[in-house]
Write a protein that binds this ligand. Structure first.
Ligand code: IPE
Ligand code: IPE
Ligand code: MG
Length: 252
């Protein structure tokens, strides 16, 4: 009871401090620390991923309720295939569970789901499920949720360069006309605002190939909290801290 009251007081404080008129439009989240969360409890790493998946759904709901417009979550990187097959399989099973049952859990919530990353690595059946979830939510106008799957910022830029080179080769685009906006328009996040804030829990201070182009001027926020333990209070705290920053974009 005492703990609950302390939590309520803390929660209330940050909630009061956040300026809800000046929210970051787009928040990127590197959902890291599932393995260490499980290890601390003597559980297999896969249990950490199960707990992390629950936190993912909860935080997406919280972000929507707070009024955030775009959230991009890093769920599986182009480098994560290097993990033991057993762990990769467990992660894929969790993702499939989200694709099969996530829609009913999202029912009534105004969330548009979009998957970013290289889909060609997934089976046709898996890719169909990705399209199905996107189509089923495409008319929702509340929170836009980008789920990064087999995503790598370098892979995304390499693909963009190839597509642009092809257009130039075919005479559909002249190389003098290539601008920063051209490049943005060939990324998975085409048409979306760049992330204002990128959150990384788990005590690591790196981007691990997440939104390399889009994050050029993002404010970075780090925390020791392991992803399964991440709460709405942590999210509000990151937004509050973001609001204290002075974004200069190279100016004065
Ligand atoms: C993040 O947690 C989940 C994915 C990368 C898929 P980790 O599995 O990287 O957890 P740690 O970093 O080993 O604790
Ligand atoms: C980043 O976490 C990828 C995801 C959270 C999906 P990692 O655990 O893969 O990153 P590193 O290996 O610590 O850089
Ligand atoms: Mg990790």
């Amino acid at each position: 009871m005492i703990m609950l009251n302390i939590f309520k007081r803390l929660f209330g404080k940050t909630q009061q401090k956040v300026d809800f008129e000046n929210l970051p439009q787009h928040i990127g989240i590197i959902m890291d620390g599932n393995g260490r969360w499980a290890k601390k409890r003597g559980l297999p790493r896969t249990s950490g991923h199960v707990a992390g998946a629950k936190t993912f759904e909860k935080i997406v709901e919280d972000a929507g309720n707070i009024g955030i417009k775009v959230v991009t979550v890093y769920a599986f990187s182009t480098e994560n295939w290097q993990r033991p097959k057993e762990e990769v399989d467990a992660l894929m099973t969790l993702l499939e569970d989200y694709l099969d049952n996530g829609l009913s859990r999202l029912a009534g919530r105004d969330v548009r789901v979009h998957f970013i990353g290289d889909r060609s690595a997934f089976s046709d059946k898996f890719q169909e499920k990705l399209c199905h979830m996107e189509k089923a939510t495409m008319n929702n106008s509340g929170l836009l949720l980008n789920v990064a799957l087999n995503y790598g910022g370098r892979n995304e830029l390499t693909n963009a360069v190839k597509l642009i080179a092809q257009k130039v080769k075919e005479g559909e685009l002249s190389y003098e006309d290539i601008t920063e906006d051209t490049i943005s328009s060939y990324l998975y996040t085409a048409g979306q605002p760049d992330p204002d804030l990128i959150i990384r829990p788990s005590g690591e201070f790196r981007l691990s190939n997440f939104l390399m182009w889009q994050g050029a001027y993002s404010e970075l926020w780090f925390s020791d909290c392991l992803w399964p333990d991440f709460t709405k209070e942590d999210l509000l705290r990151s937004i509050y801290d973001y609001q204290q920053r002075n974004r200069r974009f190279g100016g004065v």
